[in-house]
Ligand binder design. Structure first.
Ligand SMILES: O=C(O)CCC(=O)C(=O)O
Length: 254
């Protein structure tokens, strides 16, 4: 089956070896430059730590493509071309993220549907996730619920998890369990999922291994921002965060 058929049928697709080992090595080198040189000057809502007082516990970065030309070029190359193929339309590059689960303390990613955060009508968007190192059940690989993108948006509520503040409140039905697919990945392997696909990841239970990945979010040009829904969501988040962040500064996924 071609990737677009798999994506439409299952709500996700795996593309092994999307980047080759030398391209992955370059990504890792660019991150090693970016993290010490640029991250200290980023707005706080684009940088999340497991422990705010310990820089080694960096867990998430937002909008890399806006902060650095190298990452903008990466996002607008092969990932954009694949997004256009999978969504069958032109796309806009919305967010590029770095995800880590530091050894021992990396928290689970709660079950969620990205469409809950994006507030698009129609929700024609996708997220790509690319492993930068071996990722398996020990250090917290991604899990997808096959076919869930065809069944609409499920209820979400606060999770208390920094970076993924909203999660599903009714996750764990018999169908969720039966259809869940565990997605181990090697460096350079890419997963792409539809904005309505239910997904989650375990925490990192290894005491020595990190779990580093890059995320790319693209919207179809056919997807329109539902401004009323987004404003209501921002008001709810601002209240939740006790006014610490002002709505215009909220990142796409927080
Ligand atoms: O890295 C993770 O644990 C999950 C990332 C995720 O939920 C996403 O890219 O949509």
């Amino acid at each position: 089956m071609i990737p677009r058929e798999q994506f439409e049928q299952n709500g996700f697709v795996a593309v092994p070896g999307f980047l080759d080992p030398s391209e992955v090595a370059t990504c890792n080198r660019e991150l090693e430059r970016f993290i010490p040189e640029v991250v200290p000057s980023l707005p706080p809502e684009h940088v999340f730590y497991e422990d705010r007082d310990a820089p080694s516990t960096l867990k998430q970065l937002q909008s890399l493509h806006e902060h650095d030309p190298w990452f903008a070029e990466l996002m607008n190359g092969k990932p954009r071309a694949l997004a256009e193929q999978l969504l069958g339309s032109e796309v806009t590059a919305e967010n590029m993220q770095f995800f880590n689960k530091p050894p021992g303390i990396g928290q689970p990613t709660p079950p969620h549907q990205d469409a809950y955060y994006f507030k698009l009508d129609p929700p024609d968007a996708l997220t790509m996730w690319m492993a930068l190192e071996e990722v398996d059940e020990e250090n917290g690989c991604v899990r997808y619920v096959r076919g869930s993108h065809l069944k609409g948006l499920r209820p979400h509520g606060p999770t208390g998890t920094l970076g993924f503040s909203q999660g599903m409140t009714d996750f764990g039905t018999a169908e969720d369990d039966a259809e869940e697919q565990v997605m181990p990945a090697s460096p350079g392997d890419l997963l792409a999922h539809h904005a309505l696909t239910i997904h989650r990841a375990d925490g990192n239970s290894s005491s020595t291994r990190s779990r580093r990945a890059l995320g790319f979010i693209f919207y179809s040009v056919n997807a329109k921002q539902d401004d009323a829904a987004r404003e209501a969501y921002h008001r709810q988040l601002a209240a939740l965060q006790e006014g610490k962040l002002s709505p215009p500064n909220l990142p796409q996924r927080d």
